[in-house]
Design a protein around this ligand. Structure first.
Ligand SMILES: *Cc1c(COP(=O)(O)O)cnc(C)c1O
Length: 351
């Protein structure tokens, strides 16, 4: 939002496609079969804006939301009726007072967290079991039923380490989790992220927790063609210039023009999350004409070849090619990083 006395729009914006976001959730809900489909909206909704994502997805019918921290949960209060919000990182001592009065639930991951919640007479909670990733959660080899006895568990969950590749660990985790679900009473059980949903019904249990695919990421090949792009960064042209054959372009002169050409200078750079992996590799779109990135991405600026776009001039807006699988391949970054790295200087415009 513009602040102070300036109400001018920023020279860079994220164009966010509400229909595509809702379409992706509906597709994931359908792929989740009989399981309820939730939404991971941690890290500010993967960079899009958690409150807006929650609003749009609750319109589409989503009820179950997951954030990482209590600060993220706080920013989403008050919760609309019927919505459930889980805090994946559980409760530290520092979080306890807030957690006890919040409508959000902690996802308890350690014996200490469980003791803290019990001693404080905490209410309904979720519990995370580690089934092989060795990240957060009670060890699957421990007596999880005993460790959680007496808790009012809404969601017992685990998290897949390799659902986006073909590692046999996914099936092993699935079996371990199914066995624990037999022993530990909870209102419902949850294993799958976006990629896990695409592994089939054995992985669905009662609730799924997609993040990436909601926002246009393609988690497994069988989701390609079904997931729609949600996020398009757009930047304004600050200058159009002629580059002569033999001239170099940008920091460290990594690009040399072999012919006379035109360049457009855009108001976006690596400080906005358009990282230097796109140097010489990224693509900007003038309508459907692709304009290659020339030389290095600067902190706040980007230089593109505008030879094929003679009509593009100062003040025009250009879209960055941000098809996530393609941009990930071009930049060497993950689809996740391409979303969560998007900076604070964008106006975020939902259409
Ligand atoms: C981030 C996260 C998700 C969502 O994962 P995606 O791969 O983005 O679909 C689900 N569950 C947990 C525990 C997470 O941390």
């Amino acid at each position: 939002m513009p602040t102070g006395f300036s109400s001018a729009p920023a020279p860079l914006r994220l164009s966010l496609d509400t229909a595509a976001l809702e379409h992706n959730w509906r597709w994931l809900a359908q792929m989740s079969g009989r399981a309820t489909c939730g939404a991971a909206i941690k890290a500010n909704g993967y960079g899009l804006g958690a409150a807006e994502v929650m609003g749009h997805l609750s319109q589409a019918g989503c009820r179950d939301f997951f954030v990482a921290t209590w600060a993220e949960a706080r920013a989403l209060l008050p919760l609309a009726d019927g919505l459930s919000l889980s805090v994946l990182h559980g409760i530290r001592n520092e979080d306890l007072a807030e957690a006890l009065t919040s409508p959000a639930r902690p996802v308890l991951s350690t014996p200490d967290q469980i003791a803290r919640w019990r001693n404080a007479n905490g209410g309904p909670c979720d519990v995370m079991v580690d089934t092989g990733m060795n990240r957060l959660g009670l060890d699957w080899r421990s007596d999880v039923a005993q460790a959680t006895g007496g808790l009012n568990i809404i969601t017992l969950m685990s998290h897949l380490a390799c659902a986006d590749d073909d590692n046999p660990l996914s099936a092993i985790q699935q079996r371990r989790f199914a066995a624990i679900a037999q022993q530990v009473p909870a209102e419902r059980y949850s294993l799958s992220n976006s990629a896990g949903i695409c592994l089939g019904s054995d992985y669905h249990f009662g609730v799924t927790r997609p993040g990436l695919a909601l926002y246009g990421g393609v988690p497994r090949p069988n989701a390609a063609g079904h997931i729609r792009q949600v996020v398009t960064p757009q930047a304004q042209v600050l200058q159009r210039r002629t580059v002569q054959a033999g001239d170099t372009v940008g920091y460290n002169a990594t690009f040399t023009a072999t012919r006379d050409m035109a360049a457009a200078i855009l108001n976006i750079g690596y400080a906005d999350g358009y990282l230097r992996g796109f140097s010489g590799r990224g693509m900007v779109l003038a309508g459907d004409r692709p304009l290659p990135v020339l030389g290095r991405v600067s902190m706040d600026l980007l230089i593109v070849d505008a030879s094929l776009a003679p009509d593009i001039s100062e003040g025009d807006w250009l879209s960055i090619d941000y098809d996530l699988p393609r941009a990930a391949a071009a930049s060497g970054l993950s689809q996740y990083e391409l979303l969560t790295g998007l900076g604070q200087r964008f106006d975020r415009i939902w259409t």
